[in-house]
Design a protein around this ligand. Structure first.
Ligand code: PFF
Length: 471
């Protein structure tokens, strides 16, 4: 078993594709655009890009190098580095467990849209209220979620090794081309009534150009927290997945180069998804429509497809098929982590564990679905969002737990074992580790401070302190 797990990927391409398969998912296509829109476009984008080049690179490098050096998954990797830090492995494990509760719900939404395009050409999906009517209904979101979850569980049940590589190889490039095409089309859109004209190009400006008007420190911190939470989520870092994937990578693979490719690809897809969605939202709904949150993609894209005329139904269909696969590869990686770790913890076989985890998360996801009707509430969060159960789970895992886990990881690597431990692994294949100095500086000084600030911000403590001081 151990042997079979090691060096699973056929080479660097296999690793890059599988890691990109995990990284590129609804985070890029659904989450990134809605956060960027909520935070006013340009400023979020700039902050995110800076974070990717600094933090994203630091965190991804740390995870993958820990995995390859220890040859362990997250649960044991930290204990192998320093036995006292074993707890961090367990803490890391909580993140995919939380994400799994709602990822399949969004997967269900995508499945529903796919079916809508398959059966009625998507006309209904472009109507006002379609999305809200759907998610607030009792049965339908649960049924679609279960279909998506069953598909995920099936892949994991069968054994993920061959599956992921094969999937990613043709889905990723296809999705990429389609997103570019739709993004370009979005820029040609135009809306006109008596006294307003809004065009796609104006929307592009909103997306690209930072607007500093009325910016406060509080707002900046909110945006920073959103961008950082997005980074964690999108790159699948600080949640054990990249540690596990790192443990599958052969020693001769040039990690530095592979990680650069993963980072680049993940960010590019997110950027283009924003370009596909935000100008369209701007054209159809103006700047007010940009704050609509999780519904953004599901409300605006069908409008774009409708505007394409008859071809729109087909393009919409192909688009949702591809997004569904991207979501599936990501969800598989989340579930795989849970299953692989639980197999070790409870000494059970893959098949049994897949079934058990599948059932547990089906129950959890049903509760998340009911968050839009029976269990509906409106909870204000420290990032300015109003949350239902889904957003709350997302917030706890990405905005609260991940900065905390990253802070601890930075302390462990930066100060206890020292960055050279990671750098040695990065160079062990005989290739240079280009951003070595930046890495050491980030992990020791910058990352821990920013993570601590974000952690305080996410818990609301920082706001409390600030109002206390200004009193
Ligand atoms: N990175 C994935 C996305 O952007 O959709 C989501 C994800 C995958 C999150 C795997 C967490 C994870 F462990």
């Amino acid at each position: 078993m151990e042997n079979k797990k090691k060096s699973n990927f056929s080479g660097s391409l296999g690793f890059v594709l599988a890691a990109a398969g995990s990284a590129v998912g609804v985070g890029n296509i659904w989450r990134f655009p809605y956060l960027a829109a909520k935070d006013g476009g340009g400023l979020f984008l700039v902050i995110y890009l800076i974070l990717v080049l600094t933090f994203g690179f630091t965190l991804l490098t740390t995870d993958v190098a820990i995995g390859r050096r220890t040859k362990q998954n997250a649960l044991h990797a930290f204990g192998t580095i320093r036995p006292r830090w074993k707890f961090l492995g367990y803490l890391t494990f909580l993140v995919p467990a939380l994400i799994m509760t709602y990822y399949s719900v969004i997967g269900g939404w995508i499945t529903k849209y796919l079916v809508a395009y398959l059966t009625f050409g998507g006309d209904a999906a472009a109507q006002d209220g379609y999305f809200t009517d759907f998610i607030t209904s009792r049965i339908s979101p649960i049924v679609f979620m279960l279909v998506f979850l069953a598909a995920t569980a099936f892949v994991v049940y069968r054994g993920v090794e061959k599956g992921i590589e094969k999937f990613s190889r043709f889905i990723m490039p296809g999705l990429f081309v389609l997103i570019i095409g739709i993004a370009v089309f979005s820029l040609t859109l135009r809306f006109q009534d008596q006294d307003t004209v809004r065009t796609g190009l104006q929307g592009l400006k909103v997306y690209l150009l930072p607007d500093f008007k009325g910016l406060t420190v509080k707002r900046l911190l909110e945006i920073l927290l959103d961008a950082m939470s997005q980074l964690f989520f999108s790159l699948s870092v600080s949640m054990g997945i990249m540690i596990t994937y790192g443990s599958y990578v052969k020693k001769d693979v040039n990690l530095s180069k592979s990680l650069g490719q993963i980072e680049f690809f993940d960010t590019l897809v997110a950027f283009l998804a924003g370009m596909m969605i935000i100008p369209a939202v701007y054209v159809f709904f103006g700047t007010e429509g940009m704050a609509s949150g999780p519904s953004l993609m599901f409300v605006s894209l069908p409008r774009v497809f409708e505007a394409m005329g008859p071809a729109g139904s087909l393009i919409g269909l192909i688009f949702f098929v591809m997004v569904l696969f991207a979501a599936l590869t990501s969800c598989v990686s989340v579930m795989e982590t849970l299953v692989a770790n639980c197999m070790e913890l409870f000494h059970t076989g893959r098949k049994k564990m897949s079934l058990i985890i599948g059932v547990i998360f089906a129950v959890a996801a049903v509760i998340v679905c009911l968050g839009y009707n029976i269990f509906y509430f409106e909870l204000p969060l420290p990032n300015g969002q109003t949350a239902q159960i889904l957003d709350l789970m997302d917030y706890i895992s990405n905005s609260f737990l991940m900065p905390f886990i990253s802070l601890l990881t930075c302390i462990l690597i930066g100060w206890v074992v020292k960055p050279s431990w990671i750098c040695e692994e990065m160079e062990s294949s005989g290739h240079p580790f280009g951003r070595k100095k930046l890495y050491a500086f980030m992990i020791r000084y910058v990352a821990p401070v920013i993570m601590a600030v974000l952690f305080l911000q996410s818990t609301g403590i920082l706001n409390l302190l600030r109002s206390f001081i200004s009193r």
